[in-house]
Design a protein around this ligand. Structure first.
Ligand code: ADP
Ligand code: MG
Length: 556
């Protein structure tokens, strides 16, 4: 894939960037005009200086042009920095939006670490592109055009030489750029692998420690970092080489113009002022192209990240909740011949199921049977490969998923707590709940003792992923979230998994309180959870069978 200097997708994705881009182009035109004014004034000044007079108009013009150019440089810096900030913020938001729309399975598939590297360091590398390369790109078009026009008016034969040699710079630049691009992509791939691996390793550090693998993993990270270093050096070598080649081409081209001008000047065929003007202007024509070439290398990493960000966020399904119909959570939930096939496994096969409003249903079955997939279908995290899921007659495929999810409370197998206060964790789905309602949810979830034991009660800030709370306590925080949500539909996925008997008792009573009076789908792996449910379904091998009445015995 060829990396173009400008990706037009950017204009569609970040419309706010248009104005700043136009402004940069305009500043480029102004700068080109000033280059010509400055050289013309300087040539006049120098030519008259030989005759012993001082051309005051030329002097004033020269000083004004120099001052205006420095103001322009500042303006370009300010506009391009603002442009970079706008684009980065928009792309980060897009990327997060894509993550939200794709759902959790996609993130796991993309590798969270790669996404994190892209959204952080990857997009920051765009600074070099927007503040360095793009303004230079504008100049590399406007300045040569202005210079060529001015030189043509003064001395057309020099203009012809410039016009013939100028294209050599982009041609050589492109040839070397292809090399650099492959190297940069390799470098970037290694970096994101490194990011993903590092995240994985940090998360699994206790496991690695326990099995005595921490040291060898550190070795692996070192090896990957080394690979990244080698790739970086290679990119730098190519960049250095290409700067040298372009420098050489430009110098030779200037000489090609300068020699005939000098000869004609000596022979009296050219006025001094004209010769000076041509000699002053000629290098200016090559300069921006060369600068753009070297800046292009510096912004390769950013461009690679830009391409990845635009592709990833563009691959997301259309934002949910725009045209969708709002299903009524108090309606009937139906699975109609639903099949869910993942890449390697078929999790559910031709499942047909009706859940009446207010029904409390337990789902049992061995691990890997497809129980969680059943809940993920209802949450809209996975879509049926065949068949459909309807709520109150609305197909979830055409539904306003955000609106539907507002009517669902979900207690996952392993609740994710965030590194914020306990109160904010409980208010996750109901951010503006009054303190009294939070307190009631705490009571309903049997969380009072936990709150009382924490140093700042509900205002205690939790560690990352709820560090500082036991699994049983974390599970009860998730139940408190569900109580506060007060949704007509509740989905619980093995809420007491990995809990000891004492912790289980507290979660169990809270669970039964939660499902009473609501439509509930409760994935149960312990017989104790089956108390108080209306029906029991068994999932095995992706098929769902009804076990009614609820078995009092063992659950596998
Ligand atoms: P359960 O919750 O009953 O243990 P799951 O519904 O989680 O079972 O999984 C059912 C099957 O689908 C398993 O074989 C599992 O490996 C597979 N599976 C679940 N989620 C995914 C996924 N996101 N990508 C690929 N395979 C998956
Ligand atoms: Mg499961």
């Amino acid at each position: 894939m060829n990396r173009r200097p400008f990706d037009p997708r950017l204009l569609h994705r970040v419309p706010a960037a248009r104005r700043d881009l136009m402004l940069l182009a305009f500043l480029g035109v102004l700068a080109a005009g000033l280059v010509v004014v400055q050289a013309t004034a300087l040539a006049a000044l120098l030519a008259t200086a030989f005759t012993g007079r001082l051309d005051r108009v030329a002097l004033a013009g020269f000083v004004a042009a120099v001052a205006a150019r420095s103001v322009l440089v500042w303006a370009q810096g300010a506009v391009s920095a603002r442009l970079a900030a706008t684009v980065k913020a928009a792309l980060r938001a897009d990327l997060l939006g894509a993550v939200a729309r794709h759902g959790p399975g996609w993130v796991a598939g993309q590798r969270a670490g790669q996404l994190a590297t892209l959204a952080g360091r990857g997009l920051d590398a765009l600074d070099a592109y927007f503040t360095g390369y793009l303004p230079q790109l504008a100049l590399s078009i406007t300045v040569p055009v202005a210079v060529l026009t001015r030189v043509f008016v003064a001395d057309w034969s020099s203009a012809v030489i410039i016009a013939l040699t100028l294209p050599l710079i982009p041609i050589f630049g492109a040839l070397l750029g292809w090399q650099a691009q492959a190297a940069t992509e390799r470098q970037w791939r290694r970096l994101s692998l490194l990011g993903g691996h590092f995240l994985d390793m940090v998360a699994g550090l206790p496991t690695l420690r326990a099995f005595g693998r921490a040291r060898s993993q550190t070795e692996a990270v070192r090896r990957m970092a080394d690979g990244h270093r080698v790739a970086t050096m290679k990119t730098l070598r190519i960049a250095f080489l290409s700067a040298l080649v372009l420098e050489l081409v430009a110098t030779l081209s200037v000489a090609l113009v300068a020699v005939p001008v000098g000869v004609r000047l000596l022979g009296g065929g050219l006025a001094l002022q004209t010769a000076l003007l041509v000699l002053l202007l000629t290098p200016e024509a090559y300069l921006p192209l060369r600068a753009a070439g070297s800046r292009f290398h510096a912004s390769m990493e950013g461009l690679t990240a830009l391409d990845e960000a635009l592709t990833l966020s563009g691959s997301a399904p259309a934002p949910a909740g725009r045209a969708g119909t709002l299903p009524d959570g108090r309606g009937e939930i139906r699975f109609e011949s639903v099949t869910v096939a993942y890449e390697r496994t078929t999790a559910l096969r031709d499942v047909t199921l009706t859940i009446r409003p207010g029904e409390r249903i337990a789902v049992i079955g061995p691990s890997g049977a497809g129980k969680t997939t059943l809940l993920n279908l209802l949450l809209g995290f996975v879509a049926p490969t065949a068949g459909r899921v309807t709520v109150g007659g609305v197909d979830l495929a055409d539904a306003d998923l955000d609106g539907w999810r507002r009517q669902v409370a979900w207690v996952p197998q392993r609740a994710h707590l965030f590194a914020t206060t306990l109160a904010d964790n409980i208010r996750l789905g109901t951010p503006d709940a009054e303190p009294a309602r939070v307190a009631a949810a705490v009571r309903d979830a049997s969380l009072d003792d936990v709150v009382a034991a924490l140093p700042d009660g509900l205002d205690t800030t939790l560690g990352e992923r709820g560090h500082g709370l036991s699994s049983g306590q974390r599970q009860r925080v998730a139940l408190a979230r569900a109580f506060l949500r007060d949704a007509p539909v509740v989905l619980l996925d093995e809420p007491t998994a990995r809990l000891d008997a004492a912790a289980e008792a507290a979660v169990l009573s809270a669970t039964h309180r939660l499902i009473t009076g609501r439509t509930a789908l409760l994935v149960a792996h312990r017989p104790a959870l089956l108390r108080g449910v209306d029906r029991v379904l068994r999932v095995a091998d992706g098929r769902v069978t009804e076990l009614t009445p609820a078995p009092a015995g063992e659950v596998r």
